[in-house]
Design a binder for this molecule. Structure first.
Ligand SMILES: C[S@@+](CC[C@H](N)C(=O)[O-])C[C@H]1O[C@@H](n2cnc3c(N)ncnc32)[C@H](O)[C@@H]1O
Length: 282
């Protein structure tokens, strides 16, 4: 039984980090004329109405995208990210793109998208938003298994976004075992994995990173944004992106972006960010 619905969290600090990294990766892939593919294992509904009941419940976007929206002209490094949001909105921020919508806008005629989503209602919402796009294949199935079934992809260059809800603890182990198998089938792919940094009692992010460092043979870059110090018992105080086979110069791009995002999205004086190689390129 899947209970997670992304509309409750759309546009929060974690989405800003994840989608900012996604736009930087897509920009790198667009630098060559050759087609590429975008695979999304946990696609969600594709687009979210921030004025809807679910998004309004905790209004998490207010401490995320809403803090940046009015000052978007000051973020040239995130021009692609804001251009997608601008296509969905007039002056007022109302609609927020999910990862598939970000990819739809930042890919070209020759590129291909494969989106996987397991939830019966989310896949219907996703169909409404992206079902008409001839470049896009939608799969109503488990994203971990689905990914392995699609590899190696056509075209052969491209990226995967892995963004599970982590409500089931198995998700952590499945991320690592799926990446191990995926790298065997497609060693040159770029893999971007989002993970939460939870309160200490529940946090598994250090174990996840350690397992990836020990078991995956490829360059690995980590970018983390903590908007508040880690609580003891409850809450999500930050999140991270683990990027396997990151493109050239992504590390320097993130080294300049992350401290700025930290300053703007901080919810506490002890907010923090880091960009580090878990495994350096040879
Ligand atoms: C964090 S949300 C995805 C958000 C989306 N990637 C974005 O950035 O807009 C996680 C999604 O994964 C779906 N999901 C949960 N388990 C799944 C599985 N095993 N395979 C595919 N989708 C799954 C959930 O229904 C939910 O829509």
């Amino acid at each position: 039984m899947l209970s997670y619905r992304h509309a409750f969290h759309a546009g929060n600090h974690a989405d800003v980090l994840k989608h900012a990294v996604e736009t930087l990766l897509l920009a790198q892939l667009r630098q060559k004329e050759k087609p590429f593919c975008y695979l999304d294992t946990h696609a969600g509904g594709g687009c979210y109405d921030l004025s809807g009941d679910w998004s309004q419940k905790k209004a998490e976007y207010q401490d995320g995208i809403a803090r940046l929206w009015e000052e978007r002209a000051d973020w040239p490094e995130l021009a692609d990210y804001f251009s997608v949001i601008e296509t969905l909105n007039e002056q007022t921020l109302r609609f927020y793109p999910g990862s598939p919508e970000v990819a739809r806008h930042l890919t070209r005629e020759q590129d291909r998208l494969a989106l996987m989503e397991l939830h019966n209602q989310e896949i219907e919402i996703l169909r409404r938003h992206l079902g008409h796009d001839a470049r896009t294949a939608l799969h109503h199935r488990d994203g971990f298994e689905g990914l392995l079934g699609l590899l190696p992809p056509t075209p052969r260059r491209g990226m995967v976004l892995i963004d599970p809800p982590y409500e089931l603890k198995e998700d952590y182990g499945r991320v690592v075992s799926t990446l191990q198998k995926a790298l065997r089938k497609w060693p040159t792919g770029i893999y971007a994995v989002w993970y939460p940094i939870l309160a200490a009692a529940n946090d598994r992010s250090r174990d996840l990173l350690q397992a990836c460092q020990e078991r995956l043979v490829c360059p690995q870059l980590v970018a983390e944004l903590q908007v508040a110090p880690q609580q003891a018992e409850w809450g999500m105080d930050g999140s991270g992106m683990l990027i396997l086979n990151p493109p050239w110069q992504l590390d320097t791009q993130l080294e300049s972006l992350l401290p700025r995002l930290r300053d703007r999205l901080a919810q506490h004086a002890a907010a923090n960010s880091r960009v580090e190689w878990l495994v350096r390129p040879q």
